[in-house]
Design a protein around this ligand. Structure first.
Ligand SMILES: C[S@@+](CC[C@H](N)C(=O)[O-])C[C@H]1O[C@@H](n2cnc3c(N)ncnc32)[C@H](O)[C@@H]1O
Length: 470
């Protein structure tokens, strides 16, 4: 028997039972290092193999391979995540760490003001929806991956467009999002989607880019704390769905936790989570689409990567850590559409009046595509990398203003909304902001730009990676 096979069995068992790999080794064969030795190529005797098998068969969960119900999940003791501390532990030094339960985007206010005062998310969703004309879903479902759901203001619009175009096709939709607040904002928007398009399987996960499309983690230790939760919505009204989705809150608050990596400063999850939601009255139809624990195919028809990285992140990070794994997740005929801020336009003029040398938008689509292609090597042979000409790739979105607002005296709330949009899009750090808001120069600069152009707008840049059809 290959070590890989037994490792897979152990890993499945640990995932189901919530045991850490070291605990497994200790309990099964009195050897806490069993799994790491196996992974390093170590051999075991047939007697040890028998003991492992026996432990798996008679261990805490027996040979349970079924799905976990919500109640089972709640009753089960929260697993220990080595090195991170017990998520459900009472206040400890660890729990008082300011990094724990940190509020996600330091710029939450900015984000909410931006999405409500500018048309970006509508325009992005429109651009993404154009791709629906170019995909060729195969039974049993149209497969969509959203690589950073945010508050789902893009995803829900795309789902509406999908329903319009493919009203009778089952949808398998996976969204990656690490922020609990964004998950809450996303779930709030979903009851109507389940009502309009009953044949929907919605999966939300906090897994990383290289894991989420496949709903699996590469790390055995993370696998041992994996939380997999399925909600089959009963009833057939949006109101009933909303009530059941809202009841998820305590479970989510307990499990959808993140912290900042001390090494990279990026948010990382405490425990990997997959949340699967569909309508109970469509269970029969959706049976082959509902994902099962332990990993699933990616094979997406459409991947949305809208604002998936910070503008100032390195080219390497954007190409290798974000876009390349997403390109791997495309199925035959599938398309990945990526969208990020392009700079230029009146928005950047405001920024440059205040910080003359600032330009956060230093990597363009050509550089990203070239690096992704290099990174994928032979795996990219059946992919097309479409940078498109500027007139197809670039699109503009605007700040909403009233018709007379800019020509007469500009109101304070408009000035603030414009300033907010400019600094949000340029992703200006809070400490730099504190300096410039001490006097009114920033508002004067904003007003001048609004007057000069009669409004405010920004540019986004898009590109597409597509996989050839079989
Ligand atoms: C997970 S991402 C994107 C979520 C979703 N895909 C969307 O497009 O709204 C959310 C983060 O992207 C950044 N972001 C979103 N829209 C942006 C924009 N127009 N310009 C610059 N950054 C943006 C912000 O840092 C925000 O916290």
């Amino acid at each position: 028997m290959h070590a890989e096979e037994i490792l897979r069995e152990i890993s499945d068992f640990c995932r189901r039972s919530g045991l850490a790999e070291s605990t497994f080794g200790r309990r099964a064969v009195n050897d806490g290092k069993l799994v790491s030795r196996l992974r390093d190529g170590g051999r075991i005797t047939t007697e040890t193999l028998d003991r492992i098998r026996n432990f798996i068969a008679t261990g805490p969960l027996g040979s349970n391979t079924g799905r976990t119900s919500a109640i089972e999940l709640e009753r089960r003791p929260a697993p220990h995540y080595p090195g991170i501390g017990h998520p459900a532990a009472p206040a400890s030094a660890d729990a008082q760490d300011p990094q724990r339960n940190f509020r996600f985007f330091d710029n939450r206010q900015k984000y909410l003001l931006f999405v409500n005062t500018c048309s970006e998310k509508q325009v992005v969703a429109h651009r993404v929806a154009l791709e629906l004309a170019n995909i060729h879903p195969r039974p049993p479902a149209l497969r969509l991956f959203d690589a950073g759901v945010g508050d789902a203001s893009v995803l829900t619009r795309v789902m509406r467009a999908m329903h319009e175009r493919f009203p009778a096709m089952p949808f398998y939709i996976v969204g990656k999002e690490i922020s609990l607040e964004d998950i809450r904002l996303t779930l709030e928007k979903m009851p109507d989607r389940f009502f309009e398009h009953p044949a929907t399987v919605l999966v939300l996960t906090n897994l990383y880019y290289s894991e989420a499309p496949w709903l699996t983690t590469h790390s055995l230790s993370a696998a041992s704390s994996f939380v997999w939760h399925e909600l089959a919505l009963t009833g057939n009204s949006a109101h009933r769905f909303e009530t059941q989705i809202a009841e998820l809150q305590p479970f989510l608050a307990e499990n959808w936790k993140a912290r900042l990596s001390p090494k990279s400063g990026n948010p990382i999850y405490e425990r990997p989570i997959v949340l699967v939601i569909y309508r109970e009255d469509h269970r029969f139809l959706l049976d082959s689409i509902v994902p099962r624990r332990g990993g699933t195919d990616a094979n997406y028809d459409l991947v949305i990567a809208s604002q998936p990285y910070r503008a100032r992140a390195s080219l390497e990070f954007k190409a290798k850590r974000v876009i390349a794994p997403l390109a791997r997740a495309l199925g035959p005929g599938g398309r990945l559409i990526a969208i990020h801020s392009h700079g230029n336009g009146p928005g950047m003029e405001i920024i440059q009046k205040v910080w003359p040398n600032d330009n956060p938008f230093t990597t363009d689509r050509h550089q990203i595509l070239k690096t992704v292609k290099q990174e994928l090597g032979a795996a990219g042979r059946d992919l097309n990398f479409n940078a498109y000409a500027d007139n197809r790739s670039l699109f503009r979105y605007d700040m909403h203003t009233l018709p007379t607002e800019i020509s007469t005296a500009i109101g304070t709330s408009t000035l603030f909304a414009a300033w907010n949009a400019a600094i949000y899009v340029a992703q200006v750090e809070d400490d730099r902001l504190a300096e410039v808001v001490k006097d009114s120069h920033y508002l004067d600069a904003t007003g001048e730009v609004l007057k000069k152009h009669g409004g405010l707008w920004f540019w986004d840049e898009s590109f597409v990676i597509s996989r050839k059809r079989e």
